[in-house]
Design a protein around this ligand. Structure first.
Ligand SMILES: *[C@@H]1O[C@H](CO)[C@@H](O)[C@H](O)[C@H]1NC(C)=O
Ligand SMILES: *[C@@H]1O[C@H](CO)[C@@H](O)[C@H](O)[C@H]1NC(C)=O
Ligand SMILES: *[C@@H]1O[C@H](CO)[C@@H](O)[C@H](O)[C@H]1NC(C)=O
Ligand SMILES: *[C@@H]1O[C@H](CO)[C@@H](O)[C@H](O)[C@H]1NC(C)=O
Ligand SMILES: *[C@@H]1O[C@H](CO)[C@@H](O)[C@H](O)[C@H]1NC(C)=O
Length: 428
């Protein structure tokens, strides 16, 4: 019995060890093209016939998790994308069918109240409220923005499947001119109530703030949010695309809720701004300019970024098929960022788009070959869209309130490593 337990323990510890030391993330799901859960096959046939559903145009972008469910976005950047927010059903297959979320009807063509173009969302783990940003239309040069639906944020209760609130952005906040609501982080009142959302506007080159308590929104502009033309051209594999208009994209919230980090897609600079400034609608662009800090340069251009409770910033790399971790100095006025290290690498990773954490120390991410998607060059005969996970022994910035456990978890790591060492010398 003792031997049996020891064996089990060894086995467990070995699993943790390999997970900790590996840079090979695991593929959870992969799709060549996605398919949906349809009411019946005649509805599916009708969608395909009428080109309301063009499977190869549906590229998975965003990912967030709540309890056992995974929510993904498929922004309507091309024709034939009927549902831009979906949920993975309880499905153990490698390429599960996707269910329109929260329901079928809210995504149908129609008036401005529908969910229209969703790129990202964030989930408040304390209430189960999902904050969903909807640009509302595909911003193209030929579009008359004034005639389009205004953009909005919708707060949806995942537990009870009901809408809690929505806010329509005035045209002075998203606009005038081009805008694209790309990514979102949440900020909290002292009593753990999510109050502010900070949103990157990749085409308007602005950082948008939504204050839930006052139900107001406002925006900041700064040169650091603009694309840097020197970095606009990105080569992945043998495809080079130019992303000249793409400014502020990745956005992350520090786990002490004191700073917001952001970076333009066309660029390598990482910037941070205190939340104390963002929370005040009276702050001006010149206040912003005085307080913004250039943290340093990432090794590469990236799309999504995410911040973990242990003060690590995770960022995707566009090109080298990897994910980096950059350790940030906690709670300090001096910016002394630590080392940037590769934590995930795989030949199949192309264009990491967005990140999420589960509650077990795993970092999840989507890679989606977006470069080939943009150049209409979708690779056939192999998967294009992947959901990955990697054990990093960290958790989301949204777990900001559990800050007492990090010491315990360090000593646990130490304990596990010692155990491994003993095991490898056949100590048992
Ligand atoms: C398929 O589902 C649609 C929508 O729910 C319904 O209107 C239609 O009658 C159904 N068709 C069949 C053959 O069941
Ligand atoms: C998911 O499916 C498994 C096996 O079919 C089942 O045991 C489990 O209860 C299901 N979970 C949910 C949340 O439905
Ligand atoms: C938290 O505080 C805000 C005001 O700062 C208040 O509106 C909200 O109701 C409070 N929530 C709880 C759960 O106490
Ligand atoms: C690009 O790479 C793919 C796969 O590596 C290859 O099949 C294709 O021929 C290459 N195209 C060019 C133009 O080199
Ligand atoms: C891809 O296809 C779309 C629609 O067919 C077209 O508008 C766009 O210019 C194409 N992009 C490239 C890079 O060829």
């Amino acid at each position: 019995m003792a031997n049996y337990l020891a064996f089990l323990f060894y086995f467990q510890a070995f699993g943790i060890f390999t997970a900790l030391c590996s840079v090979k993330p695991n593929i959870v799901y992969e799709w060549e093209t996605v398919d949906l859960v349809w009411p019946n096959s005649s509805v599916k046939d009708e969608y395909i016939q009428s080109k309301k559903f063009i499977p190869e145009n549906n590229a998975i972008n965003g990912i967030k998790m709540y309890k056992d469910s995974i929510y993904l976005t498929i922004p309507k950047l091309k024709d034939g994308v009927p549902f831009s927010l979906v949920k993975v059903q309880n499905d153990t297959s490698k390429n599960p069918l996707l269910s329109p979320y929260p329901n079928w009807d809210i995504h149908l063509e129609g008036d401005c109240s529908k969910m229209r173009l969703i790129q990202s969302m964030e989930i408040d783990p304390y209430t189960g409220y999902m904050w969903i940003i909807d640009t509302s239309f595909v911003p193209r040069a030929s579009i008359n923005i004034a005639d389009q639906c205004p953009s909005k944020i919708i707060i949806w209760d995942l537990e009870n499947d009901v809408e809690i609130h929505r806010h329509t952005f005035p045209s002075s906040v998203t606009g005038p001119g081009m805008f694209y609501l790309n990514d979102i982080v949440l900020d909290f009142n002292r009593n753990k109530t999510a109050r502010w959302a900070y949103i990157s506007d990749t085409l308007g080159h602005r950082l948008i703030v939504y204050d839930r308590e006052l139900d107001i929104s406002y925006a900041f502009s700064h040169p650091s949010m603009k694309p840097v033309q020197e970095y606009a051209s990105i080569t992945i594999g043998n495809v080079t695309n130019v992303y000249s208009p793409l400014g502020i994209n990745g956005i992350a919230m520090s786990s002490d809720l004191k700073n917001v980090y952001y970076c333009p897609l066309a660029g390598v600079g990482l910037y941070r701004i205190p939340t104390a400034l963002l929370r005040k609608s009276s702050s001006s662009d010149s206040d912003f300019s005085r307080e913004v800090i250039h943290v340093g340069n990432k090794m590469f251009q990236s799309d999504g970024i995410y911040y973990g409770r242990k003060h690590n910033l995770y960022y995707s790399t566009l090109g080298p098929r990897s994910v980096y971790q950059w350790s940030m100095t906690p709670i300090s006025d001096n910016v002394k960022p630590g080392r940037q290290t590769v934590i995930a690498q795989d030949d199949m990773i192309e264009w990491v788009d967005s990140f999420a954490f589960d509650e077990s120390g795993y970092l999840w991410f989507v890679s989606n070959n977006l470069n080939t998607h943009f150049s209409n060059d979708t690779v056939k005969g192999s998967s294009n869209f992947f959901v990955w996970k990697l054990f990093v022994d960290d958790s989301s910035y949204l777990r900001f309130s559990d800050d007492t456990s990090s010491a315990a978890s360090c000593s646990l790591d130490f304990f596990v490593c010692m155990l491994i060492l003993l095991c490898s010398f056949n100590f048992w």
